[in-house]
Ligand binder design. Structure first.
Ligand code: NAD
Ligand code: DAU
Length: 349
């Protein structure tokens, strides 16, 4: 079995690569990543020596390159995570999201379809998507797999579009696809522009914690390791052509989550109770800020038996501990010096 994982140097991708390399030593895992600002090979330093791991630096927006790669490598499966993933960046530079998330996905679909050439036995194209495609909930209800798409940000619109293209390749060409839509992930190796690692880093440095609007928006948080486990289950047991929602049944308003995080940080840093919360600063709301996400993942639980492994309180504590004991990683990422890792590793500097 040879699986191509795209975006494997990013946050979730690196956990998926690690999970597959260590759980399935007989599989060859090729990580294809263009190493944007969000890609960091140091995220894989503990597994990159494994004999079943390959890294290819390449861009999914380059269709010819992908065609050639698929011709040379004979992949059995694709797990597609490469994307521009940060909502705030999609507001300042929407085009990059269309190019990578939409065109890049179509290029991958084309390359897989051409290489597999209607011989789909044992093949699978797994597209990793987000709950944001479903839009925003009011106080009640949850997103199911049947919820109509209603994206609001350029990021979620680009992911919704890519989901439609994946389904179109299934319906038109018979490509054996599967899609999952997951809620907010947290855990180690997350780039400190997203809420939890950004706030951990700011608390360490006693910098303000910029809470958008009133902090009333609600997100449904899942430990990234549990997401990787769900991806394994869906890759191996999910039904072709189906969609699975993944979530932790774990809704938190931003301000409640931030208060919990502040309490954990005070305890871990040996600061007086209430010290970190003083850093909370309410700032102008994100444009088009979705109010609430909540995922109903009962289909995944019922049909494939997946459930999250730990509570949010425990997962958040583990996450804080990881960032505190990996200050070198955090400093390299915030200073930008991690971007030389690839060059150093391959003797290019
Ligand atoms: P990330 O931004 O941390 O990582 C993205 C990775 O993709 C990086 O390594 C980057 O270098 C790579 N990449 C970007 N453009 C590329 C290109 N043109 N060619 C090749 N590689 C490229 O993202 P993440 O948070 O790990 O998210 C991974 C996937 O999961 C995305 O598709 C995202 O939409 C989805 N998702 C994320 C979350 C979340 O909470 N983070 C939740 C649900 C779904
Ligand atoms: O729901 C899944 C999505 O979760 C993924 O598809 C995205 O890739 C991922 O980035 C994430 O999107 P969010 O916009 O929900 O995540 P973010 O960490 O950017 O923000 C979480 C919440 O915190 C959101 O309501 C905005 C708020 N926020 C965020 C930042 C960065 C703040 O209040 N202040 C901040 O500085």
């Amino acid at each position: 079995m040879h699986i191509l994982i795209t975006g494997g140097a990013g946050f979730i991708g690196s956990h998926v690569v690690r999970h597959f390399l260590t759980t399935y030593p007989s599989y060859t895992i090729t990580n294809l990543d263009s190493l944007t600002y969000a890609g960091n090979l140091a995220n894989l330093h503990d597994v990159e020596h494994l004999p079943n791991y390959r890294f290819v630096k390449g861009d999914i927006t380059d269709g010819d390159f992908l065609m050639q790669l698929f011709e040379e490598q004979r992949f059995d499966g694709v797990i597609h995570l490469a994307a521009e993933s940060h909502v705030d960046r999609s507001i300042t530079n929407p085009t990059a999201f269309v190019v990578t998330n939409v065109l890049g996905t179509v290029n991958l679909l084309n390359a897989a379809n051409a290489a597999w050439n209607s011989d789909f036995q044992g093949k699978r194209f797994y597209h990793i998507s987000t709950d944001e495609v479903y839009g925003s909930l009011g106080k009640e209800g949850m997103f199911t797999e049947e919820t109509p798409y209603d994206p609001h940000s350029p990021y979620s619109a680009s992911k919704a579009s890519s989901d439609h293209f994946v389904r179109a390749w299934h319906d038109t060409f018979g490509l054996p696809v599967v899609i999952s839509n997951c809620s907010n992930n947290y855990g180690s190796f997350q780039f400190p522009e997203k809420l939890i690692p950004l706030f951990i880093n700011n608390i360490i440095q006693s910098k303000p914690l910029p809470v958008y609007g009133k902090g009333e928006n609600i997100r449904d948080w899942l430990w990234v390791v549990d997401h990787a486990q769900a991806i394994d289950v869906i890759y191996h047991q999910g039904k072709t052509g189906e969609t699975y929602n993944i979530g932790g049944h774990n809704e938190w308003s931003n301000i409640d989550l931030i208060r919990l995080l502040c309490r954990i940080m005070d305890a871990k840093l040996g600061r007086a109770a209430g010290e970190s919360e003083k850093l909370v600063t309410y700032v102008t709301d994100r444009a088009g800020h979705d109010l609430r996400y909540a995922i109903d993942s009962s289909k995944l639980q019922r049909e494939l038996g997946w459930i999250p492994s730990i509570t949010f309180e425990k997962g958040l504590e583990l996450t804080v501990e990881w960032y505190l004991s990996n200050s070198e990683w955090l400093n390299n990422v915030t200073s930008g010096s991690y971007q030389h890792y690839y060059d150093e590793m391959y003797g290019l500097r």
